[in-house]
Structure formats: C-alpha cells, structure tokens
Design a binder for this molecule. Structure first.
Ligand code: NAP
Length: 305
C-alpha cells in the first residue's frame, strides 16, 4: 500500500498536518516512536496558545491527537531509521517495518541537549532528570537545582518552586535568555536562589546524586550545592539523525523553502525540526497546516499532469 502522505512525528506540527491532509482527502498516517503530543506533554502549564488562556500540556496534546484521529489519520508506532526515494515514491524504514508514501512531512521536533559533564549519565534517573513534570513530585520538600536560562529553565523553575524547599537556578551568564515576564516572576519567588554566571562542572554522589559542583565564569570560584535532584534545561537539538546531512544546516535543522519543502522534492518539514527563528506550539501548528496544504496541492498537480 502507498500512502499519499506519511508524517513523521506527532507533536503539534505533525498532528495539525494530519488534520489538514485528511480534510483534503489524503490517505495519511503519522509515525511516532513515543506518545502523541510531543514536548508539550511534559509542560505543566501553557499560557500562550491562542484562544486558550491556560491549559495543561498533556491535555492539549491529547485533544490535538483526538482531533487528528477523528478525521481518519492512521497512527503507526515506530522509530524511523532512514528515508529513501525510489522514483517518485518514498520508502520509510522503521526498526521492524517499511512504509511507502508519495510525500513526507518531517515533524520530529527536537530532543533534550546534554551537558556532557562527569556524573550526568551515572545519575540519570537517580537525581538527574530532564522532565520536571514527570519527576518533580518525587523530590517534594527537597532542595533542587535547575540549569539553564531560557524559557524552559525559567518556566520549570516556577513550576517546581511550590514543591521544593529551595531551588538553585544555575545559569552561565548574568542575563536570562528567556522572556522578561518569566524572569521577573523568578526574581519575585522567595525560594529560588539565583547562581548567575556559574556553569555546572560535575555531579557527585554515591548511589544517588548528592551535590552539583558549579564554577564561576567570572573568577573560577567553585561551589558545592547539596541537592537531591538537578534538572538541566539547556536547550534542544533537532531530531534529524535519519536524514541525509546535505538537507541540514550546520546545527542539524532541516532546511526548507517558503513552501516548507526541503531540497528533496516531495519531502517537507514542519515545526521545531526546521531551520527557523521562533519555535512555539502555535508556530509548529501553523507549519503543519502550510506543509500539508502544499502536499495536497502538489498531489493535485501531479494528478492533473
Ligand atoms: P534555549 O532558549 O536554547 O535556552 C537554553 C539555555 O541553556 C540558555 O540560557 C543557554 O545559555 C543555556 N545553555 C546552553 N548550553 C549550555 C551549557 N552547555 N551549559 C550551561 N548552560 C547552557 O532553550 P529552551 O529554554 O529549552 O527553549 C527552547 C525553545 O522553546 C525556545 O525557542 C523557547 O522560547 C521555546 N520555549 C517557549 C516557552 C514559552 O513560550 N513559554 C517555554 C519553553 C520553551 P545562554 O543563554 O548563555 O546561551
């Protein structure tokens, strides 16, 4: 069987692409290796999605998934390993199966960036976590640290503050990268102690994490912070390992034109995975709509020829 469209990734970009594609009459499937919803499922509170003043991320993800499924899009559980083009048809190889489609939308988003410092792997799951909403409650009443100065670090620090006895917010510069609105809230929160211009050097413990060693970027002074858990939120890298390097920019993001089509005709990109300036749920959803509409137009044109 050949699908009209295979969408890789079930975050807001992939799910909205599925809605637009199925409504345009395309035989569509989404391939996803995880639960639907993407990164937003690990966000406690979303306040900047148009028309919804406040919503839990997992709830919004589930609503999007149900909406996409209601129009007839298939959901395939799979981990894509490679994509090849044979003539006009794409072959998508997963670990166990292969699928064929006329067009592809890559909407795989990004994955958490690692610090790559001693102890990070050793204490993963034993005092180091990349998901505050999943693991924060396990450390209720304890001292915690968050690393990073972007929106994720600031937002998660505010989510964890009511649960923690104390939070150290460790950021390598004096200025936050995240929005002023969040930075202001952080500065007003009594149990958040800022460790600005410090970088993490090492995680230390025996069976579980006991402390994080941080080093000043101004005078090399070192501090030991005794904490039960550390949440690094230092950004994300694009999930594009299955794509040809020639399609990517130097950071690994998929390069697309104004129609969201890549250098390979018929292979489109949408959401956080593409090279662009603003990565938000609403911009991902918008990309999904644009890419799917262009896919539908392209197929219509092919039929006409
Ligand atoms: P980000 O904006 O890239 O911020 C990453 C932070 O980690 C930066 O402060 C960076 O420091 C720091 N960092 C990077 N590498 C580091 C290292 N090796 N050691 C120590 N610190 C390091 O990532 P993000 O906060 O995850 O956000 C990703 C995207 O999602 C952004 O576009 C963001 O706006 C969006 N987002 C939006 C919301 C919202 O709208 N509410 C919420 C979450 C995320 P420097 O600043 O010095 O580079």
């Amino acid at each position: 069987m050949i699908y009209d469209l295979l969408i890789i990734g079930a975050g807001p970009a992939g799910l909205n692409a599925a809605i637009y594609a199925t409504r345009a009459g395309l035989k569509t499937a989404i391939i996803e290796r995880d639960a639907p919803g993407g990164k937003m499922t690990r966000t406690e509170k979303i306040e900047n999605y148009l028309g919804v003043s406040e919503v839990n991320g997992a709830e919004l993800g589930l609503k999007m998934f149900n909406q996409a499924s209601s129009f007839g899009s298939e959901y395939i559980y799979g981990n894509v390993k490679s994509i090849q083009k044979e003539g006009e048809i794409f072959i998508v190889d997963c670990e166990d199966e292969s699928y064929r489609a006329q067009k592809i939308i890559v909407a795989t988003g990004t994955k958490e960036r690692k610090l790559n410092i001693p102890g990070e792997d050793k204490f993963y799951g034993r005092g180091i976590s990349y998901c505050a909403i999943c693991d924060g409650a396990l450390y209720k009443g304890k001292d915690m640290a968050i690393i990073g100065g972007g929106n994720s670090a600031l937002q998660e620090a505010l989510y964890l503050a009511p649960l923690a006895r104390k939070i150290y917010l460790i950021h390598r510069r004096d200025d936050f990268r995240g929005e002023d609105f969040l930075a202001q809230k952080i500065r007003q929160t009594k149990n958040i102690e800022l460790c600005l211009s410090y970088s993490p050097k090492e995680f230390v413990g025996t069976k579980t994490l006991e402390k994080v060693v941080i080093k000043s970027n101004k005078n090399q002074e070192e501090k030991n912070l005794t904490v039960s858990v550390v949440f690094p939120f230092i950004g994300f890298d694009p999930a594009t390992s299955f794509l040809d390097k020639e399609l990517l920019d130097s950071e690994g993001y998929l390069i697309v034109d104004e129609n969201l089509e890549s250098k390979v005709k018929g292979l489109y990109g949408a959401g956080d995975v593409i090279k662009k300036s603003l990565r938000q749920i609403i911009t991902a959803a918008s990309d999904g709509a644009i890419a799917a509409t262009n896919v539908a137009k392209g197929l219509e044109k092919q039929k006409g020829n």
